[in-house]
Design a protein around this ligand. Structure first.
Ligand SMILES: O=C(O)CCC(=O)C(=O)O
Ligand SMILES: [Fe+2]
Length: 304
């Protein structure tokens, strides 16, 4: 499971900015059956794991803390209005009112009930400049504190949590409200008892590097209700890559700024790259106040 089931005191990170913040240790769930080959080819057989899956705040108290850095505060709003980067039109009330709707084209895969469990946009949700700023900040911070390699239990990624990236965090808080949550609401709203309760519980930048370090991420399920990843660098900068899904037996590929979103319970992995570097921004999203639903939805999808 890629989101924490445990809240450990040792999960406090000293940030490079001199303050401490609570940082849950995240864990990934063991997938069922045997591992596919290195490049995430089809599983030979599926057996059912007995591991308990936790995907809500009720079951994972750490989520109550880990979601907080991604929620806009009054102070954020004051700063945004002073900098006037959004034309001074933003108010906290407006941002909290769920007034935004998705205005972006996407393709849908893996039909389920009245909707689909997997989507990919066919246009960017972040522009090239925004993506590059995130990569630049991640590499700059990594030059000071190193990429982490142990945040997610059995399935670690080489990543930096967004709470370590102050500019990206500030940008993402607004982007979540204006772009990402509206998109997820339009894609998954038919499944959700209250689509306005989506909350990011963990967000991080992942780096895959064909020459050194991590090249792939083995198949797993994330410990949240919905997961997304946004491609930060152009697809022309690496070979291979994409997000592999067991039920498609294929990797879904996107270009810079585009977003893949899916039920966290789908068995998926980071398809190996054979050259270059691949950067993505990954988010794990929970549904606040709907613990029983979240668990039910997860287990239904998982057992499809
Ligand atoms: O590399 C990818 O596309 C998938 C990443 C992923 O599944 C994760 O970070 O949980
Ligand atoms: Fe994942």
């Amino acid at each position: 499971m890629r989101i924490s089931r445990l809240w450990l005191a040792s999960g406090f990170l000293q940030s490079s900015f001199g303050f401490q913040f609570p940082h849950p240790l995240f864990e990934r769930i063991q997938h069922e059956g045997s591992f596919p080959t290195a490049n995430c080819q089809r599983q030979k057989q599926r057996t059912h794991s007995t591991t308990t899956l936790w995907v809500s705040e009720l079951h994972v108290p750490a989520y109550a803390e880990s979601k907080l850095p991604f929620i806009l505060t009054e102070e954020d709003m004051q700063q945004l209005q002073q900098s006037n980067i959004h034309g001074g039109q933003l108010t906290l009330q407006r941002l909290q009112e769920q007034t935004y709707t998705a205005n972006i084209d996407y393709e849908s895969l893996i039909p389920y009930q009245d909707g689909f469990l997997l989507h990919k946009t066919i246009v960017p949700i972040f522009n090239a400049h925004e993506c590059q700023q995130i990569i630049d900040e991640a590499e700059f911070i990594a030059s000071q504190i190193e990429w982490t390699r142990n945040r997610h239990g059995n399935y670690p990624t080489t990543d930096l949590p967004l709470v370590e990236l102050p500019q990206t965090l500030k940008f993402l808080k607004v982007a979540l409200v204006q772009r990402i949550y509206p998109l997820l609401r339009s894609q998954f709203g038919m499944f959700l008892p209250d689509p306005n309760k989506l909350r990011l519980a963990d967000g991080f930048v992942v780096k895959y590097d064909a020459d050194q370090g991590q090249k792939e991420l083995k198949p797993h399920r994330d410990g949240s209700v919905l997961s997304f990843n946004i491609a930060l660098n152009p697809a022309s900068e690496f070979e291979g890559g994409g997000t592999w899904f067991a039920s498609l037996d294929a990797a879904v590929k996107i270009d810079q700024g585009e977003i893949v979103s899916h039920s966290s319970a789908l068995l998926h992995g980071g398809h190996g790259i054979t050259s270059g570097k691949r950067y993505i921004l990954v988010g794990f999203v929970i549904l606040e106040e709907y613990a029983p639903f979240s668990m039910r939805f997860y287990n239904q999808v998982r057992n499809l």
